[in-house]
Design a protein around this ligand. Structure first.
Ligand code: NAD
Ligand code: UDP
Ligand code: UDP
Length: 311
């Protein structure tokens, strides 16, 4: 039985990943400092003899024996990663060094949850893995973008210098159940506002675009990448190429919740990318992976989840 460490395992993606790994017969160790994560996300796994939770901050060393490491620890919502930007950088950089050190000692295979933010406000569209990106190193998003870029550098240097088996996944906007209702990201914000009968907050003119992937699709991609042949490091884009503007997303969520609410326009945050869409040719070729859940079906599932939670 393979022993797997999931850092950030009590968060949105991490908790879904822990569940999927248990279902596939892995022995799962979840490490999380509960900054944006929540024990409620993993409460249903606690009874399993193959699941273990430790409250741990990955900026500090961790000595455990494992075969695989999924490094997901890091707040992902701009609202939360900007609360304590220095801690965000420490989590991505010191955290990566500790997890790479752990992988080096145990010879574990290690996967990094990187991000489309690597590409910044992109000049090429859709984004392919060979694009180096356009990131402002001084802005409010830099603590996240630049530290995730540095983590990719560390992964490649440990790979070249210490022959570590690494896997780098660039995750594009993903949504679904277990997102925190106050997470601050657009899908949860719009659904929670709609269900509470509050105005829908549009930042800027709402013409900026994103491409939203349903959580189940993303998790299957992460596991396929971890299990891909030795020597295939990535980086690889994982996301749903179905692109939509923020304004169209608001209209879709209002339609699916059956709510009629005003739109409230607010200033666009600094360095907010104007467009984003993954080119997933590489994932199709190397992992035989592509998303299966449409935005409409995924939103219906997510709305049902928040409806229950809020009630
Ligand atoms: P999340 O905020 O729900 O989960 C992050 C988890 O990491 C939380 O449980 C949090 O408590 C934990 N954490 C934060 N700092 C930590 C530390 N120092 N030590 C230990 N645990 C710590 O976010 P998510 O959406 O589940 O994102 C998971 C990962 O995927 C992140 O690395 C994020 O950058 C990446 N990612 C997510 C998306 C997305 O759309 N969801 C997109 C791109 C990249
Ligand atoms: N580390 C860890 N767990 C381990 C092994 C290492 O957390 O099982 C940490 C350790 O604190 C170290 C970091 O990983 O600072 C990097 O380890 P590496 O072996 O690359 O560097 P060194 O120990 O030589 O500085
Ligand atoms: N956004 C918005 N209203 C909200 C939350 C977000 O208009 O209540 C916008 C935000 O400015 C961005 C897009 O939605 O253009 C996606 O934001 P999110 O924070 O979800 O992710 P990211 O910007 O990191 O892709």
């Amino acid at each position: 039985m393979k022993k797997v460490l999931v850092t950030g395992g009590a968060g949105f993606l991490g908790s879904h990943l822990c569940e999927a790994l248990l279902e596939r017969g892995y022995d799962v160790l979840c490490a999380d400092n509960l900054f944006t994560g929540n024990k409620a996300n993993i409460a249903h796994l606690m009874g399993s003899p193959y699941f273990e939770f430790i409250r741990h901050d990955i900026t500090f060393p961790l000595y455990v024996e494992v075969d695989q490491i999924y490094n997901l620890a890091c707040p992902a919502s701009p609202v939360h990663y900007q609360v304590d930007p220095v801690q965000t950088t420490k989590t991505s950089v010191h955290g990566a060094i500790n997890m790479l050190g752990l992988a080096k000692r145990t010879r574990a295979r290690i996967l990094q949850a990187s991000t489309s933010e690597i590409y910044g406000d992109p000049e090429i569209h859709p984004q392919t893995e060979d694009y180096w990106g356009r990131v402002n190193p001084l802005g409010y998003r830099a603590c996240y973008d630049e530290s995730k870029r540095c983590a990719e550098t560390l992964f490649f240097d440990y790979h070249r210098q210490h022959r570590l088996e690494i896997k780098i996944v660039r995750i594009f906007n993903t949504y679904g159940s277990k997102m925190h209702p106050n997470d601050g990201r657009v899908v949860s914000n719009f659904i929670v506002s709609a269900l509470k009968g509050e105005p829908i907050t549009i930042y800027g003119d709402g013409r900026q675009t994103r491409s939203f992937c349903y959580v189940d699709d993303l998790i299957s991609g992460l596991i396929r990448m971890m299990e891909s042949p030795e020597g295939f490091t990535g980086p690889i884009n994982l996301g749903n190429p179905e692109e939509i503007s923020v304004l169209e997303l608001a209209e879709k969520i209002l339609m699916l919740t059956g709510c009629k609410l005003p739109l409230e326009f607010r200033p666009l945050p600094m360095d907010d990318p104007r467009m984003r869409q993954p080119d997933i040719t590489l994932a199709r070729e190397k992992l035989d992976w592509h998303p299966r859940v449409s935005l409409e079906d995924g939103l219906k599932e997510t709305i049902a989840y928040f409806r229950k939670l809020i009630a």
